[in-house]
Ligand binder design. Structure first.
Ligand code: ADP
Ligand code: MG
Length: 741
C-alpha cells in the first residue's frame, strides 16, 4: 500500500498524526484549452487598444497597398465610426472570405521573410481583431474590374457573400461601434478625453513622413478636414501640418555610419533651432518607414538641446532612420509600436553628436540682431494661430517662464548666507527694458565694428581650449560610466576595463569655464528675487577670509575695499550684462546671474566670494585676459564644491550633535554637570539642510555634470598630471589576481 510515509517508523508516524491535523486534500486546478473565440477576443484587445490604434493599423494597410491618397473620417472619437479610404491596389474578390480571419496575410509566408519584411503589417491580426471588437465593412475594387464588392464581418467571419457595388479605385474600411462588446473599455474611453486629437496627431505624423501621399482627416459631418496634406516636399509637408512657426525654425540634419563593426545606419530629418519655443517635445520618428517610439533616443536628443542651446526649449524633431532590415526586430510588440535595434547605443551617440554640431553651428551663424528681434521670442505670441489645422498647437504656445524654487538658504546663518528664491528666465523674456537693451546693443554692434572684434578674443580662447585638449582624457570623459562618489571630492568612474577617481571640483570648474566661453553673450538668466547689494556681499566675503571676523581694526579698510570694488563693477555693468549675463542694477545690487548649465543653479553661499573675485582677480585692461579671468571666476563660482555644511554621512555627523541639558534623575531641577549632557541629540533642522545640500549636489553631479561633460568637456592636458584623474585599478589585472586566488 502506498501511504506516502512508508519510510517512517510506526511510532514516528503516530506522533505526526497526533500533532498535525490531516490536511483536506486540495485538487490542483486543471488546465484546459481556451475557447477560440475567447482567445481571439483577448488578442484583439491587445492589438486594438483604443480607436487611434485601429486607425494606425488601417492607415498602415493603405500604405502597404501603395496608396497615394488616404482619407480618414471619425465619429465620436472613433467609437461610433472609423472610416479609412484609399486608392491602393484593392483586395482580390477571392481573398474576401478569409480577409478577416486571424493570421491571414498577403505580406509574409515563411518565418525567414520576417528578417527582410518591408511592409508595415505582417501578422495578419489587425482586421481580424477589429471584427471581434467592432462591426467591419469592407468595400474594395481591384484593377481592371468593372465594379467593386462590399462585405461585412463579425468575429473573423464574413457574414454573407460579397455584394457587387459601385466603387472608386482602392479600398474603404469602416469600423462601427468599436468595443460594443467590451463595456469596461468603452466606458473608460468615453470618460477619458476622446481619441480624436490623438488620431489627428497620428495622421500629421504619417503625413510628414509619407510626403508623397496625400492625407486628410476629419470629423464625420465636418465640412473641413483637420489635417489636409498635399503631395509636396518634406518641409512643405511639415509646414502644412505643423504650421509656419514650426517650419521656419527648422534645421536639416543627417548622420550615417557604414562600419559594420560599430553600426550601419543612415538618418535624416529636421530639428528645431533656438528660435523655436514649445512646452513639449514633439518627436516624429520613423525607423525603416515604420512609425515608432524610442524613449532612449528622445531623451538623448533632449539632453543635447538642454546642453547646447542657451534658450533651451523643448525641441521639435522629425527623424527618419534607415537600417539594414536584419538589424531591426519589429516583432517585439503586438502593435509594432516599439522596435529593437542592433547597436542602439552607438547609433544614439552618433545621432547625438550629429545634432550637437548642427545646433552649435546654426547657433553660431545666427547674428545677434536676428535673435533679438525675432517676434517668436517675444513670449506673448500665440504660435498656434498660424496653423488652424494644428492639433499640437497647444504644445507650441509661447513658453511661460518656469519658476525655480531651487535655493532657499538660511539668512540667520552666522556666515550671512544668502536668502534667495531664484527664477530662471530666458534673457529675452525679462522685462521690456532688457529686451530694448538687447535690441540697442545689436544696433550698436552693427554700427560699431570695434565691438564685434570682441568676439575674436573669445574665439581665440575657445581655440585655446581645443588645442590644449588631451585626447586620452577626452575619450575617458566621453565614454565613462559614473559609478558614484568615493568621497566629498572624488567620483569613481569606469572606462573600459579601468577604474578612475576623478576630482569633480576641478572637472566642473573647467566645464563651467568652457561653457561660459561657448555661451558668451547668449546667456539665460537666473533672477535673484532679492537683489543683493554688492558692497555688503564684498564685506561679507572679506570677513569670511579674515581669521578674526569679529575684530574691528580692519573694518574701515574692508569698507574701503568694498566701496572701491563696487564702484569698479558698477562701471563695468554694461559689459558684464551683455556678455556674461551678470546684471548689476544702478543702485549697486546684484540682480541676475547667468545659466551656465541648464537646470543647474550654483551654491548661493558662494556669491560673496564670487563678487570679490570679480573685483579683485579680473584683469580689466587686456580684452582677452579680461574675458578669460571673468570666465574663470564664474567657473569657480559654479563649480560643484562640497557644500559649506559638513557632510553628515561621514565624520561630519559629529558637527550636528547638540549639547542638551537633561533633567537629573529624581530631582526636579535642570542639571548643568558635564555628565548630564546627552551625546546623541542632533540639531535636526541643520542636519536635514545638510543632507539636502549633499544629496542635491550628488544628484547634480550624476545627472547634470556627467552628461554635460560627456558632450562638452575638452579636458586640458594639465588634467592628466595635476591629480584630477587618478587610475585606481585595472579590472583586467584584478580578474587575473582573482583567478590566481
Ligand atoms: P497584415 O497587414 O498584418 O497583413 P491585416 O489584418 O492588417 O494584416 O490585413 C490583412 C490583409 O488584408 C493584408 O495582408 C492585405 O492583403 C489586406 N488588406 C488590408 N487592408 C487593405 C487595403 N487597404 N488595401 C489592400 N489590401 C488590404
Ligand atoms: Mg495590417
Amino acid at each position: 500500500m502506498d501511504t506516502g510515509v512508508e519510510w517512517l517508523t510506526d511510532t514516528a508516524q503516530m506522533e505526526i498524526e497526533e500533532t498535525i491535523p490531516t490536511p483536506i486534500p486540495m485538487e490542483p486546478p486543471r488546465i484546459h484549452r481556451l475557447d477560440q473565440a475567447v482567445v481571439n477576443r483577448i488578442a484583439a484587445g491587445e492589438v486594438v487598444q483604443r480607436p487611434v490604434s485601429a486607425v494606425k493599423e488601417l492607415v498602415e494597410n493603405s500604405l502597404d497597398a501603395e496608396s497615394t491618397s488616404i482619407s480618414v473620417v471619425v465619429k465620436d472619437g472613433g467609437l461610433k465610426l472609423i472610416q479609412v479610404s484609399d486608392d491602393g491596389h484593392g483586395i482580390p474578390y477571392d481573398d474576401l472570405p478569409i480577409l478577416c480571419e486571424r493570421h491571414t496575410t498577403s505580406k509574409l509566408s515563411k518565418f525567414e521573410d520576417l528578417q527582410s519584411i518591408k511592409s508595415m503589417g505582417f501578422r495578419g491580426e489587425a482586421l481580424a481583431s477589429m471584427t471581434y471588437v467592432g462591426h467591419v465593412t469592407v468595400t474594395t475594387i481591384t484593377k481592371g474590374q468593372l465594379h467593386g464588392y462590399r462585405a461585412t464581418y463579425r468575429d473573423g467571419i464574413m457574414e454573407h457573400e460579397p455584394k457587387a457595388c459601385a466603387a472608386v479605385k482602392g479600398t474603404q474600411i469602416m469600423i462601427e461601434n468599436l468595443f460594443y462588446n467590451m463595456s469596461a473599455r468603452r466606458k473608460t474611453l468615453q470618460n477619458s478625453a476622446d481619441d480624436y486629437p490623438k488620431i489627428v496627431d497620428l495622421i500629421c505624423r504619417f503625413a510628414i513622413h509619407h510626403s508623397s501621399v496625400s492625407f486628410s482627416c476629419r470629423k464625420h459631418g465636418a465640412a473641413r478636414p483637420d489635417v489636409h496634406s498635399v503631395v509636396s516636399s518634406r518641409l512643405d509637408a511639415i509646414r502644412s501640418v505643423y504650421g509656419v512657426s514650426v517650419a521656419r525654425n527648422l534645421i536639416k540634419i543627417d548622420a550615417s555610419d557604414s562600419d559594420p563593426s560599430s553600426s550601419v545606419f543612415s538618418m535624416d530629418g529636421f530639428i528645431s533651432n533656438s528660435n523655436y519655443i514649445a512646452k513639449k517635445t514633439i518627436m516624429v520618428l520613423f525607423i525603416n518607414d515604420r512609425l515608432v517610439e524610442c524613449g532612449a533616443l528622445k531623451r538623448a536628443i533632449e539632453i543635447v538641446y538642454t546642453a547646447t542651446l542657451p534658450k533651451a526649449s523643448k525641441p521639435f524633431i522629425y527623424m527618419s532612420i534607415k537600417l539594414p532590415t536584419e538589424h531591426v526586430d519589429v516583432n517585439i510588440h503586438p502593435t509594432k509600436r516599439e522596435v529593437s535595434l542592433l547597436n542602439q547605443e552607438v547609433i544614439i551617440e552618433k545621432i547625438q553628436s550629429g545634432i550637437e554640431s548642427k545646433l552649435r553651428s546654426s547657433n553660431e551663424s545666427r547674428t545677434f540682431h536676428e535673435q533679438t528681434v525675432d517676434p517668436s521670442l517675444s513670449g506673448s505670441m500665440d504660435m498656434g494661430k498660424d496653423s488652424p489645422n494644428n492639433p499640437s498647437s497647444s504644445g507650441l504656445k509661447s513658453q511661460k517662464v518656469p519658476v525655480h524654487k531651487l535655493v532657499r538658504t538660511d539668512s540667520q546663518d552666522p556666515a550671512g548666507r544668502l536668502h534667495a528664491y531664484l527664477q530662471i528666465k530666458p534673457s529675452s523674456q525679462l522685462q521690456g527694458s532688457s529686451c530694448l537693451t538687447s535690441v540697442r546693443s545689436s544696433i550698436r554692434q552693427r554700427r560699431n565694428p570695434r565691438e564685434t572684434a570682441d568676439l575674436t578674443s573669445i574665439q581665440e580662447l575657445v581655440k585655446d581650449i581645443d588645442s590644449s585638449c588631451h585626447s586620452g582624457l577626452l575619450d575617458i570623459v566621453g565614454h565613462c560610466t559614473y559609478i558614484g562618489m568615493a568621497d566629498d571630492v572624488f567620483a569613481l568612474l569606469q572606462h573600459n576595463t579601468h577604474l578612475y577617481l576623478a576630482n569633480v571640483v576641478n572637472l566642473s570648474k573647467e566645464l563651467m569655464y568652457q561653457q561660459v566661453l561657448r555661451r558668451f553673450a547668449h546667456f539665460n538668466a537666473i533672477q535673484l528675487s532679492d537683489p543683493a547689494p554688492l558692497q555688503e556681499l564684498i564685506i561679507l566675503a572679506l570677513k569670511e577670509e579674515d581669521l578674526d571676523p569679529e575684530g574691528n581694526e580692519n573694518v574701515d579698510l574692508k569698507e574701503k575695499i568694498a566701496e572701491m570694488n563696487t564702484e569698479l563693477l558698477k562701471q563695468k555693468t554694461e559689459m558684464l550684462e551683455e556678455y556674461f549675463g551678470i546684471c548689476i542694477e544702478p543702485n549697486g545690487n546684484l540682480s541676475r546671474i547667468p545659466v551656465i548649465l541648464d537646470q543647474y543653479t550654483p551654491d548661493m553661499d558662494c556669491v560673496p566670494e564670487f563678487v570679490l573675485c570679480l573685483g579683485n582677480d579680473v584683469d580689466w585692461d587686456n580684452e582677452k585676459n579680461c574675458f578669460q579671468t571673468i570666465a574663470a571666476s564664474i567657473g569657480n563660482f559654479y563649480a560643484m564644491h562640497p557644500p559649506l555644511l559638513p557632510n553628515p554621512s561621514g565624520n561630519g555627523l559629529q558637527c550636528y550633535k547638540r549639547r542638551v541639558l537633561s533633567r537629573s534623575p529624581g530631582g526636579g531641577n535642570f542639571s548643568e554637570t558635564a555628565e548630564d549632557v546627552k551625546e546623541n541629540e542632533f540639531d535636526n533642522e541643520l542636519l536635514l539642510e545638510a543632507e539636502n545640500a549633499w544629496a542635491q549636489r550628488e544628484w547634480s553631479i550624476q545627472h547634470i555634470l556627467f552628461p554635460s561633460m560627456r558632450l562638452f568637456l575638452k579636458p586640458p592636458t594639465s588634467m592628466a598630471t595635476n591629480g584630477t584623474f587618478v587610475q585606481v585599478a585595472s579590472l583586467e589585472k584584478l580578474y587575473k589576481i582573482f583567478e590566481r586566488c
